[in-house]
Design a protein around this ligand. Sequence first.
Ligand code: GDP
Length: 571
Amino acid sequence: MRVSELAEALGVNAVDLVKKLIALGVMASVNQAVDYDSAEVLVSEYDKVLKKEETADISDFENFEIEEKAEDLLERPPVVTIMGHVDHGKTTLLDAIRKTNVASGEAGGITQAIGAYSVQCHGKLITFIDTPGHAAFTEMRARGASITDIVIIIVAADDGVMPQTKEAIDHAKAAGVPILVAINKIDKPEANIDRIMSELVENGLTPEEWGGDIVVNKISAKTGVGIDELLENILLVAEMEGYKANPHRYASGAVVEAKKDNKIGSVATLLIQNGTLRLGDPIVIGNYFGKVRTLKNDKGQNIVEAGPSTPVEVTGISEVPSAGDKFMAFESEKQAKQIAEERRLRSKEQDQNFSGMTLEELFGRIQEGVKEIKVVLKADVNGSLEAVKGALEKIDVEGVKVNVIRGAVGAITESDVVLASASNAIIIGFNVRGNTKTMDTAKQYGITIKTYDIIYKIVEDMEKAMKGMLDPEYEEKVMGTLEVRQLFKFSKVGLIAGCHVTSGVVKSNQKARIIRDDVVVYNGSVNTLQHEKDQVKEVKKDMDCGITLVNCQDYKEGDMIEVYELVEIAR
Ligand code: GDP
């Protein structure tokens, strides 16, 4: 409610309200909105009561449920995603499906302009979303954008159910959508369909022909065998599920992918989930306002409108949105702008809750009531990104969960650090690191960057941290170096290495290693240290000394001895 509206409702002068607000420490002009709490105080001053009207907030369109009348709902095409292990034939299958469609008389060529397309089968449309790996699928789901109606799990008949297949199954199951299986590459002589079937059973997908409820399609994306049947089976599922939408309203849906084009600015592939999107529509994508400047279909042709389940490419948005961002079109530019602004403010508020924290601090925060651990995750490839993300999101320590607020492929960058700082997140790198500048920025912001190369270790660390059971972590710190210059042999003590301390300080209780021609040939600790005739506790740079190492008789002139300590480091 604006201050002016509140004044009108109370029958008082708006300027008086502004003054009262200032007294409350709230700076708002007559035309600005007043928050609920302040309004409540103001209203009580006039002996009135403020009542919250329980209306859905359309600006929160991720959670805004549009109630549709049954008569407005029309059948819409099913939206299908294909997922599976790398090299099992997802791309080939998507291409094959597109070509089938072209052969059936579709004009316009087969160049796929965007990451999603529609095909026709028996006069009905099916929309395929080509998500780059499971990452996008998961990310979209994490953002509440369930764009897929049906998931096809593709398994190569010559390979079997692999780790990413399992993950795909998990994600599809978690999404609660119907699953169809496509056993691909059946043209190959080594294809072993029965083995795949039993592996499917092991992973909770029992084929219909084995008494379960999973429709298994045996196909060859290469030769085209079985693809028609697969499409027919998709239509059967669609018929049973009865996907519907209302084309007679402003469009809403989700971003499939987006990029920045140097010439035309931000370009986004959108999936329209409800309503009809028209050229020129004011639109809010994520937190940004836009106006549909160009509208193209999946073949790159300009169109003027598109209905439910249609993938389109739009330009005219002020920023590049992220995959999975929801969008909504509005009647007026003013409303769209206002909603984008509200959303931006809200997300800023959510982000500004606190700044970065260390793994050690996690437990304390959880005890203070933090229910969600935010993580910025960077990984080397989509597959591992998706796997780590999945593993992190499964963590549940007494109701506290991990939320991957950004999951992306590539090195850790300064923008990740900034995001982590804005959202009080931890940064996790899987098989990737950040450059020196990024690490410095992270230090400056107090952001923890942890890098790993084993997934279970990430999960273990996070869980331990969340339970406050983190073991201290140590780092080797080289304290001094010596050069072996001469060997002395004694009958009682054996070999003593006569050394010159080339850097630092050498102490008798330190750990030590011998490096010979750049190779570590011994790793243990200092046994005795002697200066001239005396046993000493330490020797410093530029001094000579005699050293023996525990259980070591192998010294050579020219060896380098490095002494080091393990120091506890902050996580
Ligand atoms: P993706 O990583 O899942 O997208 O897999 P691709 O579609 O790139 O396929 C991986 C490899 O398998 C490519 O060399 C394809 O030519 C081959 N391939 C895909 N489908 C079939 C098939 O049905 N039969 C045979 N023989 N090879 C296939």
